[in-house]
Design a protein around this ligand. Structure first.
Ligand code: PL3
Ligand code: FE2
Ligand code: FE2
Length: 230
């Protein structure tokens, strides 16, 4: 349990910086795409336009914060790697947006991506360098409010959204496991364990589905479907 030990990570080692160049890029790219996704959502949900533009601006600030974390460690983020990392999820979001499937867009951005971010940031905070820790602590608080936006909207429209949510879950959850596998070795270099990331992700995602209105049985099934197609 790294949180309880005094952790000594050499943030200046080449090994650490090499892994950080990819993880930092993933986070920067994730925040950039979140910024774009909330602008897209603001056009699909005109009743929530101002709120969604507000969330989008927060994502822009998150991106700047993580860029500062990379600069602080003198690391150049590998943005090409990060764009490829997000591509499958990005494509699915774009396709859903083009077809006007707002429920799928909300599942991808406000549930899956936000839960992924919440899990990653919570696991990162105890092992981060002091500068990045401060930034990440501020960011993760915001991510809970983004997750909440999706939960509240989907709860309100639960009956009409349920089938689309289940289908979108089946198409997108497997991508999360692929992404985790790609980042496993680098995350470990940063003292972040894949098992802990999975656990925190599933807790946050399962809680979100429960808040929206799914039963425990449905949540179990949705979690397993996600694993199956990966
Ligand atoms: C939405 O607000 C933000 C989207 C960012 C997604 C980040 C996912 C990160 C997964 C990589 C695991 C290591 C994270 C390290 C934390 C700095
Ligand atoms: Fe964010
Ligand atoms: Fe967010």
């Amino acid at each position: 349990m790294p949180q309880l030990e005094a952790i000594s990570v050499n943030y200046e080692s080449e090994t650490y910086k090499d892994a950080y160049s990819r993880i930092n890029a993933i986070v920067i790219e994730g925040e950039q795409e979140a910024y774009e996704n909330y602008i897209q959502l603001s056009e699909m949900l005109p009743d929530h336009k101002d709120e969604l533009i507000g969330l989008s601006k927060m994502e822009g600030r998150h991106k700047k914060g993580f860029q500062a974390c990379g600069r602080n460690l003198k690391v150049t983020p590998d943005m090409e790697f990060a764009q490829a990392f997000f591509e499958p999820l990005h494509k699915n979001f774009k396709k859903a947006a083009d077809q006007g499937n707002v429920v799928t867009c909300l599942l991808i951005q406000s549930l899956i991506i936000e839960c992924f971010a919440i899990a990653a940031y919570n696991i990162y905070i105890p092992v981060a360098d002091p500068f990045a820790r401060k930034i990440t602590e501020g960011v993760v608080k915001d991510e809970y409010s983004h997750l909440n936006f999706g939960e509240v909207w989907l709860k309100k429209h639960f009956e009409s959204s349920k089938a689309e949510l289940q289908q979108a879950n089946r198409q997108n959850l497997p991508l999360v496991w692929k992404m985790l596998n790609q980042v496993e070795a680098d995350a470990r270099t940063l003292e972040m364990e894949k098992e802990a990331l999975i656990e925190d992700f599933m807790i946050a995602y399962g809680e979100a589905l429960s808040n929206i209105g799914f039963t425990t049985g449905e949540i179990m099934r949705m979690s397993v479907y996600g694993l199956a197609a990966a």
